[in-house]
Ligand binder design. Sequence first.
Ligand code: SF4
Length: 705
Amino acid sequence: MSAIQSTCAYCGVGCGVSVSSTQADWEKVERANLTLTGDINHPANHGHLCAKGERLLDSLAQPNVLRYPMLRSGKPINWDDASSLIADKFANTIAEFGPDSVALYLSGQLLTEDYYVANKFAKGYLKTANVDTNSRLCMSSAVSAMQGCFGEDVVPGCYDDIEHADVIVLIGANTAWTHPVLFQRILAAKKANHSQLVVIDPIATATAKQADIHLAIKPGADLALFHGLLGFLADSNSVNHDFIAAHTQGYNEIIESAQQLSCNLASLAKQVGVSLAALTQFYQLFINDNKVLTASCQGVNQSVIGTEITQAIIHCHLALGHIGQAGCGFFSLTGQPNAMGGREVGGLATQLACHMGFSTPEQQLLANFWQVDAVADKKGLAAVDMFDALAEGTIKAIWIMGTNPVVSLPNTNKIAQALADCPFVVVSEITPDSDTAKLADVLLPAQGWSEKCGTVTNSERTISRQRGFIVPKGQSKPDWWAISQVAQKMGFQGFEFKTNASVFNEFACLSAQVKQTFAGKVFDISGLANLTQQEYDNLAPTQWPIASAEHIGQTGLRLFSQGVFATPSAKAQFIVPKGLNAAETTDTAETTVLLNSGRSRDQWHTMTRTGHIASLRASIPEPIIQLHPNKLASLSLTEGDLVRIDAINDMQANRSAQNSTAQKNAEQNKATARVVADEDMAENIAFMSMHWSAQFSLGKGVNQA
Ligand code: SF4
C-alpha cells in the first residue's frame, strides 16, 4: 500500500492528511481504492482530523462535476476557444472602458500558485488592482490591525504556544466547531498544564461550554473590554514600561482613554454586559506574569470596528511586553486553508506580492521582476466595493474563481442581480450547480482537491504541499493554467509556466529580490527559491520566514521576540481607537433580535463540497434559526415554525411598500428557516449558519436577509 501526503481542503488549521491506495499505480486510482487518515508527521495536527477532514474522500462523490468549459447556454466549448473568448472580452472591455472596468474575485480555497498567477495577470498586465478575494471577508480586519501595530501582516506566534500558555483567551471564535483539531489541542493542553480557558462570545457556544470563564458580552462590546483592560493593566502597575519605552510608540497617546474606561470598572462591566466580578476576574488573569495567549476569529474580524478590536487586543499584549514570547501574545485564526497564502502573493486589492504596498519603489521592483513597463499604481476595489461597482455597472467583466459570492457575500440578492446584469462573467468551478456558476457566461472546469497540486499556508505561517492523487477527469485544469492560457491569448509574455513548481519558483525568487531590496520585511521564502522539481515535490511543511534551504522543515517559530518590528521605526505601534463610541447595531429596541451568522460544525462555506455528504448533513439537515425559548414565546412562535428573516432596512422598506407585488417578490427573496429553541442564546440574539442557499434547501440563505 502506498501513500501520498496532502493537506485538508477546509479550515485554516491546515491539517496534514495521508491518502493510501490499494492500487499500486496511482494513474489508475479510483475512490474505492483509497483510505484517508490524519498525517501523524504534520506539525498542525499530528494525525488528528475532525469530522469534515475524516470525510474528505466522501466529498469526491460530487453529484455533478464540471468536466469541460461551457457557455451560459450549456453548450460545451473547448479550452482554446474559451481562452480566446475570455481574452477578447477582457481586452475589448479594457480598450473601451479602461483597466479598472475588469476584476478578478478569488478564494481562500485557491492554492498559492493560482493566486500568484492571478495577481501577476491583473496587477502586472491588465494594470488593475481590482483583484480581491473572499479572504477579505474573514481576514481584512486582522490584516490591517497587524499591519498597523506590527508594520506587516504577520501572525507572531505558533500553535506550540498553546502548550506554553497559562491562560488561553478565545474571542469571537467558536473554535470547537470551526477549528476542531486546534480546539482539541487546547483542551488537551488545558488538562495537562492546568491552563485556564476564557471564551468571550455573546452565545454559549460549544467552545464556551468548555471554558473556565465564559464572558457573554454584549455584541460589539469587545473594543471597550480590551481597551479597558489596557487601562486596568496601567492602573495596576502591570505594564512593562521598559519594553514600552524601548520597543513601542504611541502608548502615551492612548493610555488616557483606556484609563477613562478602567477608572470605573462597575460602569465598564455594565457597558460590556458582564458582572463586575467576572470582568475583574478576567482582567486579573493578565497580571502577575501570567502567560496569556489571545486568539480571535470572525466574531472580531467581521465587525464594523474589527480592526480596532484586534488592535486593542494587541495593545494589551504589547503593554505587557508579551509578543513573540512562548505562550503569550496575539494569534489570528484564519478561516480558510489558504487565506494566508493568498495574502503572501498579494491576493488583496490593497497590496502587492510579498507583503509589498503601492509605493513607487515597490511598484518598480515588481515591474522590473515581471519585465513590464509598470504595474497597477493604486489600490483596487475590495470585495464588497468590487460588487458594488459591478452593481453600478462600472465593472463590466469579472472572473470569479473557487467561490460562490451569490451565497456568501452580504446582500446576495443584489450580488445575483449585479452578476446577471454584468456584460461578461467568467466562473472557474468544480460544479455547474453553484448559484454563481449558473450566472457565468463562460464556465471553466477547475481541478478540485484530490486533483490539483500546489501549496497552502495555514494560520501559523506553515507552508504545506497539497498533492493530487486522482488523475483529473474530463478537461479540468489548475486555475493557474487557465489564467496563463488567457494571458497568452492576450499576447502577454511571462505566462509560459509548465508546472505548479515553476510558478512557485518564480514567487520564491521574487521573495528573494524583495528581501534583498527592502530590509526589515518579515515575509521571506527566499530559501525555497530554485528548488528542483523533486525538492518541491517532497517539500516538508515549513514555517516562514524561510531564509535559506537549511530552514526547510522548521516549525514552532515566533516572531518579534527581540522587540524589533516591521514598522519604519522598528517599533510596534499603539493606535488610538476611533470606534469606541461606534454603534455595532442600528436598532436597540427591546423587541429587536440581533442575528449572528457563522459556521456550523459539519458544513463548509456554501456546501458545494459538503452538502451532498449524508453523514455531515445528518447533524443539521435543514436551515435553522436558534432563538432563546423566552424569545420564541414572546414572539408567539413554536419550535418548528418557519420564519422569514428581514434586515432592519428592508423591514422598514417593506412596511412602507405601496406595491403589494413588489413586496411579495421582496419577501420571497428573504432568508427562511425553521426556529429552534436554544437556551444557549441570549434573549436578544439569534443564530443562523451561513451555509444554506436555494441549492440545498427550500429557502434562501442568511445573506439574503
Ligand atoms: Fe480539516 Fe480544519 Fe478539520 Fe483540520 S480542523 S481536519 S484542517 S477542517
